[in-house]
Structures are given as structure tokens and as C-alpha cells.
Design a protein around this ligand. Structure first.
Ligand code: MLT
Length: 257
């Protein structure tokens, strides 16, 4: 890769979603000359009988190491790592493990502190729901938090896609990732060590990772910029793709031309 080559962008999805949540971004960046890709973080192995297998605990470190392996296979030395929510935790872990491979960071709808004991217990309760009742109750309970009221009323295709992503995630795989998030490290001390350009994006109406979580990160990451997206909740890149993409492009042009 020459010094002035456009940076590769690796998009890390949230939970319990999949790489298709980044379609609008990958399709936007490709024609503009940015190599962009979105790996699946929830690795699944299907047995002959069709049951999905996953380790009972899929940690953020497992996911970050898998991202590095995929980058190796694609011959990408360094990339801008863009993670949303759980993808943001994986981005923190990736930055910690492989700092020399990160050209820039985009942290969307995520946060640095680890879970409290109450939050860990709530995750375990959700695991039990998934394993015993499947993903439909998870979708019913979470869609109103993932999407802003305006998205729910005006963008039925986005609502449909989000529901489909949740209900097509295998409960065993989702449970492993949920437990992995409960076990994640606290990333607060990492923030002041981040020395690459960083864009922080958050939806104004995000009840899951509110604006204050992003302000906290912005105050501690020295070379960072915060964008608050109106009329969006947790899934800013799907709810307001044009705004998300233009913020991303502005960031890439300004910091990584
Ligand atoms: C996500 O969207 O990835 C999750 O809300 C993250 C979390 O539960 O902490």
C-alpha cells in the first residue's frame, strides 16, 4: 500500500445484528475508492443436524482477533476501524491488541465503561429469554429502543431489516456474544492512550448509549470529533445513512486525506 492510498475501512456490527447493517456505508465508500468491508463477528459452526454451535462465551477479544485474521487474509495492514455499539467494544479491544494496525477510529453509539453488576444480570436474563423463547421477544422489546420514533413511522424498510437481522441471529450465537459483552474489560483507561484521529457518532434519541456516553469519550480522546445525529436512536448509520456517510467522508477527508 502506498503512503497516499485511501485507507481501508473495516465496519464492525452491533448486537444482535450482522454485517448487513453496514450495507449503505460499504456501497457508499466503494465507488469513492475506499476499500471497505464488514466482517461477521458472530462466528457460527453448523453441525450436520443443523444446530448452531458457538462457544458459550464469545469475547470482544475473540472478535478482535478474528478481525485481525480477516485483515491478514485480505492483505490489509492498517485500517480505519468503525464499530457501532458492540462493534465499538471490539474496536477498543482491537486498538488495545493491535494499535499499529489502526489508522483511525469511528465509535458509533458505544461507550467505554464496563457493565455494572445490574447490567450483567440483565444481560444474563436476556440470554435466558433467547435460549428459551428465541429472538422474536428480543426483537419486540428492543426495536423501539434501537430506532427513533421518526424512523419507526417513516422508514418501514429499515424497521423490517432490523427485525430480520435480530430474528435471523441464532439464539446460541447471540447468547455467546451477550455473555462476551458482560465479561468485557473497562475501556475508560484506554481512552487517553488513543492517538489516532477518532470520530464519535451518536443518535440524539439513543436510549441505549445516550449522548453523555459519547461526550465522555470525546472529552478523553485527544484527537476526536463528536457528531450528534438528529432523528436517530441507536442505529444511526441505518436511520440516517446520508448524514452518517457525509460525516464519515468529512472525517476521512480532513484527517486521512
Ligand atoms: C449493541 O447494539 O451492540 C448493544 O446494544 C451493545 C450492548 O448491549 O452493550
Amino acid at each position: 500500500m502506498t503512503l497516499d492510498a485511501k485507507p481501508s475501512i473495516v465496519f464492525l456490527h452491533g448486537f444482535p445484528f450482522d454485517s448487513s447493517m453496514w450495507r449503505e456505508q460499504v456501497e457508499f465508500l466503494g465507488p469513492r475508492g475506499y476499500p471497505a468491508g464488514a466482517p461477521e463477528l458472530n462466528r457460527t459452526v453448523m453441525t450436520a443436524s443443523g444446530h448452531a454451535f458457538s462457544s458459550p462465551l464469545r469475547t470482544m477479544e475473540h472478535m478482535a482477533r478474528d478481525v485481525a485474521t480477516l485483515m491478514d487474509r485480505s492483505r490489509i495492514d492498517r485500517a480505519v476501524i468503525c464499530g457501532l455499539s458492540m462493534g465499538g467494544y471490539v474496536a477498543f479491544e482491537f486498538m488495545h491488541l493491535f494499535p499499529e494496525r489502526v489508522r483511525g477510529l469511528v465509535l458509533a453509539g458505544t461507550r467505554a465503561p464496563a457493565d455494572s453488576e445490574e447490567e450483567k444480570a440483565a444481560r444474563e436474563q436476556q440470554v435466558q429469554t433467547m435460549l428459551h423463547a428465541g429472538m422474536v421477544p428480543i426483537s419486540v422489546a428492543t426495536v423501539p429502543k434501537l430506532l427513533a420514533p421518526k424512523t419507526i413511522s417513516d422508514q418501514p424498510d429499515v424497521v423490517k431489516q432490523v427485525r430480520a437481522m435480530i430474528t435471523s441471529t441464532h439464539p446460541v450465537v447471540a447468547a455467546a456474544a451477550q455473555r462476551g459483552m458482560a465479561a468485557r474489560r473497562d475501556y475508560v483507561d484506554d481512552l487517553e492512550k488513543i492517538d489516532v484521529p477518532t470520530l464519535i457518532i451518536v443518535g440524539r434519541d439513543d436510549p441505549i448509549r445516550p449522548v453523555a456516553d459519547s461526550e465522555f469519550m470525546q472529552q478523553r480522546i485527544r484527537n476526536s470529533k463528536l457528531v450528534i445525529v438528529e432523528d436517530a436512536a441507536h442505529l444511526t448509520n441505518m436511520e440516517q445513512p446520508e448524514l452518517f456517510n457525509s460525516s464519515l467522508m468529512e472525517f476521512l477527508n480532513a484527517f486521512l486525506p
